[in-house]
Write a protein that binds this ligand. Structure first.
Ligand code: F0G
Length: 356
């Protein structure tokens, strides 16, 4: 058999350049992020009515294992183009992993502030391995964000949290891919809400495709916060946010108003799900063969909650964004599963333990 040279995906900046701010080609910092699969839900069929199509946008398959890569390629490329030598961010883990990787790729330094003891192990290991300067603060994400904003104003270092406008520009490309894969815009788009950048970015992407005539409808945007960290639902900042979904443990989201706008303009909702509902959906997804991190499962938990309320109609198409890979958070995975059994290396014993 002869090797066939197939097309290599060029990353979101080059693939979607007509929809994104221009970047000089030699400044593009990419790990060929994007082009993640849209996976149809099969085995959970009995949970939902026939005729309902549910798809998972599996963003865990980006180069650093989360959707943040789409925004980070834009933010770091622009920083490089503008002559910056360093980037800084506050993070619940994934932004710091992406910032560290893309900074390394682009030859910039990365500085990251994370809440001590509150980020999943995989994410911490990524920031460390890619050579970022990691500071664990004895506080939460919201406090870390205030500090990095100040630092970026005082020193020559580019802020790459989602208040950097290029981040959301890159992230909106996920909505383009959903429409391209389906051939139309879905009826509903469900996603977890933390700092509220992603729901803002998706809505922008869907609107731009419709304005340019690529699609002819818009989805309802369905955002889900974790119950213990639900400032938008409760209508006020949460001083001490708590949830098992550490990625969305945020009490005062930067894109609060834009998230509310996305909900209002699309006729969607911003609601919340409990940690139990998140873990239920997390395990259900794993049983479907799809491993995501707990925060990501808030999207499917939202679908289950809305299904119980009976909002869906036959023929509706639902997309859930699974924002990060399950391997990011091995601790929660292990805590949520049956323990492995230990056995001596003897056929008889093993067969007995396996229950044959
Ligand atoms: N899911 C995951 C896995 C995340 O890491 C985040 C945010 C979200 C959902 C929420 O997205 O903030 O755009 O509403 N993580 C940020 C971080 C805060 O620092 O990695 P959002």
């Amino acid at each position: 058999m002869q090797a066939t040279k197939t097309r290599n995906w060029n990353g979101v900046i080059r693939e979607f350049q007509e929809f994104l701010p221009k970047v000089k080609d030699d400044s593009v910092v990419t790990l060929r992020e994007g082009n993640t699969p849209l996976i149809e839900v099969l085995t959970m069929g009995e949970l939902f009515e026939r005729g309902l199509k549910i798809f998972l946008k599996y963003e865990g398959l980006n180069p650093t294992g989360s959707f943040k890569d789409r925004g980070m390629t834009m933010a770091v490329s622009k920083a490089k183009e503008e002559g910056s030598h360093a980037v800084i961010c506050a993070s619940t883990g994934n932004t710091s992993a992406a910032a560290a990787a893309y900074a390394a790729r682009g030859g910039l330094r990365a500085y990251v502030l994370i809440p001590e003891g509150k980020i999943a192990l995989g994410k911490l290991s990524q920031a460390m391995m890619h050579g970022a300067k990691v500071v664990q603060i004895q506080g939460n994400f919201d406090e870390a964000l205030i500090i990095v904003k100040e630092v970026s104003m005082m020193y020559p270092v580019t802020l790459v949290n989602s208040i950097n406008p290029y981040r959301l520009e890159g992230q909106k490309t996920a909505a383009f891919e959903v429409c391209n894969h389906l051939g139309f815009a879905p009826t509903y788009h469900f996603l977890p809400v933390g700092n509220a950048g992603n729901i803002t970015a998706y809505w922008r992407g869907y609107k731009e495709f419709k304005e340019r005539g690529v699609t002819d409808s818009l989805p309802k945007m369905m955002g889900f916060e974790a119950e213990g960290s639900a400032p938008i639902v409760r209508g006020h900042p949460i001083k001490n946010p708590e949830t098992i979904a550490s990625a969305i443990r945020i009490g005062n989201p930067s894109s609060w108003e834009n998230a509310v706008k996305a909900k209002d303009e699309s006729g969607g909702i911003i609601d919340m799900v409990s940690d139990d509902e998140i873990i239920y959906a997390y395990k259900l997804l794993a049983r479907e063969g799809v491993f995501c991190e707990p925060a990501s499962a808030a999207s499917l938990a939202g679908v289950i909650k809305m299904h119980k309320k009976g909002i869906f109609k036959n023929g509706d198409t639902i997309v859930c964004t699974l924002t990060g890979h399950g391997l990011k958070d091995p601790d929660t995975a292990i805590k949520s599963s049956d323990k492995p059994i230990t056995a001596e290396p003897e056929l008889g014993k093993v067969v007995e333990l396996l229950g044959f």
